[in-house]
Design a protein around this ligand. Structure first.
Ligand SMILES: NC(=O)c1ccc[n+]([C@@H]2O[C@H](COP(=O)([O-])OP(=O)(O)OC[C@H]3O[C@@H](n4cnc5c(N)ncnc54)[C@H](OP(=O)(O)O)[C@@H]3O)[C@@H](O)[C@H]2O)c1
Length: 279
């Protein structure tokens, strides 16, 4: 695939852009369509949506309207928690495809493990069928801790290609990163700059780094994700921020800069704990 941003190779051999747009909390219709359009114009080629975001239709509209060849855009969507289970997953996938109105999906993810329901292993079987049918190019999970992955891998025929987790300088997730590295599962960071209403970007330790490189705190943090090898999908509805977030490929953080950001970890989640989220 063509991309002006770096690509990573997933464990099944396919390429995925390392940088893209997340569309959580964007309303369907004009808001998501104009944001995806602005991102595609700024060179983004990875769009991350989900059934739960309620904006798959708008994402599909913007992609089709862009005129960019479908094979040059990497589209991710996710299975909503209430749809876990074998048959319900297959039905939910068809409904997502209909809303997106695309011929295939690049990456389909289980949105949360919901361990209290115990359905993720059979949900994964349905994911493996979708992959075998060739209608998704890669399958993966979100918010899986090592214990959830261990359970999944006991019966899985296909190792997840991606684990999308909350990950940022205040929540560095070393245990999950180490497990995924061992099993060749690509880490993708959600909430990478601290999420909506977050205060990560005000952390005083980021300011000198931003000044040193002539960049913003958001750009410094996004660059940290890139240099760690994570796929990263910051969300913005503002075209100027959409461009700002992408303007991170003309500088590099030094080892010393990286160490300063490593030292910011405080294991602080902004989202739910995957062990307790259930529905
Ligand atoms: N798998 C999961 O369970 C899960 C959970 C959450 C999110 N995600 C995915 O990950 C994506 C990113 O996570 P997120 O949306 O929660 O958080 P995020 O990308 O870390 O932060 C988004 C927030 O930062 C603001 N922002 C964006 N660029 C900025 C900049 N340059 N300077 C200052 N503020 C900026 C945005 O506001 P404006 O829009 O007003 O610019 C928004 O309020 C989501 O959109 C979604 O695709 C996945």
């Amino acid at each position: 695939m063509q991309s002006s941003f770096p690509l990573v190779t997933l464990n099944n051999g396919i390429s995925m852009p390392q940088f893209g747009l997340g569309v959580f909390q964007m309303s369907d219709g004009q808001e998501v369509e104009s944001s995806v359009t602005a991102a595609l114009e700024a060179g983004y080629r990875l769009i991350d949506t989900a059934r739960m975001y309620g904006n798959e239709a708008g994402v599909g509209n913007a992609i089709r309207a862009s005129g960019i060849p479908r094979e040059d855009i990497f589209v991710t969507t996710k299975l909503a928690n209430p749809d876990q289970g074998y048959d319900s997953t297959l039905r939910a996938f068809d409904a997502s495809m209909e809303r997106l109105n695309l011929d295939y999906i690049d990456l389909y993810l289980i949105h949360w493990p919901v361990p209290s329901r115990g359905l993720f292993p059979e949900t994964w079987k349905a994911f493996e069928k979708l992959w075998g049918d060739g209608i998704v190019r890669a399958i993966g999970v979100c918010n899986f801790k090592p214990n959830h992955l261990e359970t999944l891998l006991e019966k899985a025929e296909i190792v997840p290609a991606v684990n999308q987790i909350e990950l940022h300088p205040w929540l560095q997730q070393h245990e999950t990163r180490d497990f995924c590295k061992k099993h060749d599962i690509q880490i993708e960071s959600w909430g990478p700059i601290g999420g909506s209403g977050g205060t990560l970007l005000d952390d005083e330790r980021l300011k000198p780094l931003a000044e040193k490189h002539g960049k913003t705190p958001a750009q410094v943090v996004l660059r940290w994700h890139i240099q760690n090898g994570f796929v990263v999908i910051p969300k913005s509805t503002h075209p100027d921020r959409i461009r700002e977030n992408a303007d991170i490929f003309d500088f590099a953080l030094s080892d010393e800069d990286m160490t300063i950001i490593e030292s910011m970890n405080k294991d602080e989640r902004h989202g739910p704990d995957p062990d307790v989220l259930g529905s």
